[in-house]
Design a protein around this ligand. Sequence first.
Ligand code: 13P
Length: 254
Amino acid sequence: MRRPILAANWKMNMNSAEVSAFTNQFIPLVANADEVDIVIAPPFTLLDRLANEIAGTAIQSAGQNVNPEESGAFTGEIAAGMLADMGCAYAIVGHSERRALFGESSEFVARKAAALLRHEISPIVCVGETLEQRDAGRALEVVETQLRESLAGVSGDQAEQVVVAYEPVWAIGTGRTATPEIAQEVHGHIRSQLSAQFGDAGNRIRIQYGGSVKPETVYDLMSQPDIDGALVGGASLDPIAFSRIVLFQSQRNQ
Ligand code: 13P
């Protein structure tokens, strides 16, 4: 069975005092959640503070981005080795906000994923179609292309370390969650593609859903056969809401 992975993407939010306020509330609420992986991706400036707060717990931290180069004259960028130094176990790559607002291509995302794997950090590789692409009947094709190009540098024995996040752009920050059936259709397609590319290892890769996930919607999403986790934006800023998402098993009939 694939171990569920619930991840918070704080995006460009929070400061150091807010990190401590969050963890003080959140850690006791999830103390018994030992059957899931819990990940928090704060802004880079808060990774050190977060690492101190979560020391001794099973919670893991993640970068929200990475530059594929090892080091050098890349003002403003952060390398994979620097994330490893901060204790990150994961890093998000290819988020739709980076693809849309910063013009990042899948080829660039592939280089980032490869750099992370060199440092034994698991890439959380995001893919997802826009509303226009969905309305044109192209959702599966768009996701398939993004995924193939973004995973181009991943070898068979690295495959299991990768996490894929399906985040339909039209569901991000809009309050419009994909129905569990719509999400499963795409997750099932991603699963076939991963199995075709990586064989058995493809079956062990976890696929998260992201886009307006809330405590009230997480149980039904997680009940789908190929939805193995959630990547949560807005609701992850609230320690109570994110703890309820982590404890998705107890959210049935909410
Ligand atoms: P929301 O949960 O705010 O829709 O954000 C989803 C997301 O982009 C997570 O990476």
